[in-house]
Design a protein. Structure first.
Length: 458
């Protein structure tokens, strides 16, 4: 007992203070969170659970954000009730997840995520790779459904700043791992032995990058160091989960900072493999920087973001390079573009499972680009009527602003789309080739590129 006590004191003061939970209660008068900052749904859920004899706390990102003066995105609750016990207490609730079972409780328009305290799977020594059936050969946990105590739950969370428990009834914060101190010091520290924790779930490396940018805090050195070496582990993460995480990162309002940080730490290889090449060309770098800056501004202004548009921008310069290559090899412009689009999206899908529902917007944005150069006859009018005109036009403006296209094209469309019919007619450029010849050429090219029809998803 005494030995354990000294060991705990010792551990707390050492550099591995985040490996043994020691409770510190932060009283209401010592912190800045008040009960009325907690969402009505999360408050209700904790009250109902506590009245039924369970313990229940608001945890994770919400408490961290409130302490940092940010507005939480959502409120999560942790409890010692099992998912079935939670489910029985709330009429509008359902159990979700397989790898990690939890309960979604609906309260008005709010959904509160309620998770049962978990224990970490025992791993034999920090550097040893766990080969039990709950982990893969790299140590990645395949499920996380062993319930445990609150202390155990603290240890299986990712970062100390995410491991604070707030009890709305007492308005106290329970801090087992100096997370409060880390928030004050603006330090992001992984819980436990960093290498082992990244092996268990390599997505934590992406979360580290996203949270550091979002919260404007520094990665602690021990937390940061292994990331470079462990980056290849992302290849073992299911592509769908990587996509979800990548989307969170891109839609965090800090996408530019995140993407640059991913690249600096070598984490982009398994996500956007060609990012290096693109960012090394001034045009590509300018294009991606502008696109991400725009995205961040929109998120910060509370405007909606289209994931399809985002991925269309991130992959555009790869498509351009392939397009040029196919044309240089003798392919006609449109078939060459179609081939390139399919090629790049197929390649990208090997890393991130871009959902098929994004295909149509990505393809539309790309295939409409050459049509912006056709400014004679009926074509500009038809383009204006395309349901994806607005997205394709925003994309065109990025191309112009980055210097890839002459700004004159963008300016023309800017005026043309809002002008009256007479002005539009006057703006049209002269036809460059006789119509008959063009039609023949089109018919011919359609006949000679059957393979295009076979591979093009458009
Ligand atoms: P935000 O909601 O701003 O994205 P968050 O920290 O709340 O940030 P969630 O994905 O909502 O992120 O996760 C809720 C909590 O669950 C986290 O605060 C953390 O304690 C825990 N958690 C999430 N992902 C992991 C993970 N990969 N490994 C360990 N714990 C995690
Ligand atoms: Mg959250």
């Amino acid at each position: 007992m005494i030995h354990k006590f000294f060991q705990r004191i010792f551990m707390r003061n050492s550099s591995t203070a985040n490996t043994v939970p020691v409770l510190r209660t932060i009283l209401r008068k010592e912190h800045c969170i008040s009960r009325n900052q907690i969402s009505p749904g999360a408050l209700k859920v904790t009250v109902v659970l506590q009245q039924a004899g369970f313990s229940a706390f608001v945890v994770g990102g919400a408490i961290r954000d409130l302490l940092l003066g940010l507005e939480p995105k959502d409120f999560d609750v942790a409890t010692n009730a099992t998912p079935e016990e939670v489910r029985a207490l709330f009429r509008r609730s359902r159990i979700i997840g397989r790898r990690f079972r939890l309960v979604h409780v609906t309260y008005g328009s709010e959904i509160v995520e309620v998770s049962t305290f978990r224990a970490n799977y025992p791993i034999n020594g920090s550097m040893e790779i766990n080969t039990e059936s709950h982990a893969d050969q790299h140590g990645r946990l395949l499920q996380d459904n062993i319930f445990g105590s609150q202390e155990e739950d603290v240890m299986r969370r990712d970062f100390t700043v995410n491991a604070l428990f707030y009890n709305p009834a007492t308005e106290e914060i329970l801090d087992y791992l100096n997370g409060y101190e880390d928030i004050e010091a603006k330090r992001l520290r992984i819980i436990g032995e960093p290498t082992q924790r990244y092996r268990e779930d390599p997505v934590r490396m992406l979360r580290a990058v996203r949270l550091a940018a979002k919260l404007d805090i520094q990665l602690d050195e021990e937390t940061a160091v292994p990331i470079g070496d462990l980056a290849p582990l992302l290849q073992n993460v299911p592509a769908a989960r990587l996509f979800d995480e990548m989307l969170k990162l891109l839609m965090s309002g800090h996408s530019l900072a995140c993407v640059l940080d991913l690249r600096m730490r070598g984490l982009h290889h398994g996500l956007l493999p060609m990012l290096d090449v693109i960012l090394e060309q001034p045009l590509g770098e300018r294009f991606i920087t502008l696109a991400l800056e725009n995205t961040d501004k929109r998120v910060q202004e509370g405007k909606p973001i289209s994931p399809g548009f985002l991925f269309a921008t991130l992959l555009w310069h790869e498509v351009l390079a392939a397009w040029n290559k196919h044309q240089a090899a003798g392919e006609k412009p449109m078939p060459a573009l179609h081939l390139s689009m399919v090629e790049i999206l197929t390649l990208q899908r090997q890393q991130l499972a871009l959902p098929r529902r994004l295909d149509s917007i990505i393809y539309d944005i790309w295939t409409l680009q050459p049509r912006f150069l056709m400014r004679a006859g009926h074509k500009p009018f038809r383009l204006l009527e395309h349901p994806r005109f607005r997205a394709a036009y925003d994309f065109l403006m990025l191309r112009c602003e980055s210097g890839e296209l002459d700004m004159e094209v963008g300016q023309w469309w800017k005026i043309f789309q809002h002008a009256d019919t007479a002005t539009r007619e006057a703006m049209l450029l002269k036809e460059t080739a006789p119509k008959r010849r063009k039609r023949n050429r089109r018919r011919k090219s359609a006949g000679t590129t059957d393979h295009k029809k076979a591979t093009s998803p458009i």
